[in-house]
Design a protein around this ligand. Structure first.
Ligand SMILES: [Zn+2]
Length: 123
């Protein structure tokens, strides 16, 4: 196969959309952050902005740090937890499907109960 990752025409330091090239008036700093899931996020900051120590990974919600070898530990008892659990459930599709079906069945039952209640009310 090819010698793949050679030259792609974009320079180091340019954003995926080339915004670093255009924004001459306000130079921006791009800082790479790494989360515990090995995602990389490279937000850009105004040159005079304060660079935070951590950044929320937009892909998994984990905190991401500047050291790829030592990313911040994922939160354990954060409000994120339910959201993460939900994401995990979606990943195992069988489980997700079962939960979905259960929810739909419940909804239908409730709706049926309500409409029959309404009917007997209007009769
Ligand atoms: Zn992540």
């Amino acid at each position: 196969m090819g010698s793949g990752s050679a030259i792609r025409g974009s320079r180091v330091g340019a954003g995926p959309m080339g915004e670093a090239e255009r924004g001459e008036a306000a130079p921006r700093i791009r800082v790479a952050f790494y989360c515990a899931n090995k995602h990389q996020v490279v937000p850009s900051f105004a040159h005079d902005a304060q660079i935070p120590d951590e950044w929320d990974c937009p892909r998994c919600g984990f905190p991401a740090g500047k050291d790829p070898e030592n990313p911040p530990a994922p939160p354990k008892t954060e409000p994120y937890k339910t959201h993460l659990a939900y994401v995990k459930e979606r990943r195992s599709e069988a489980d997700g499907e079962a939960i979905l079906q259960e929810a739909i069945a419940k909804l239908r039952a409730e709706r049926a109960a309500m409409s029959s209640a309404l009917k007997s009310f209007t009769d």
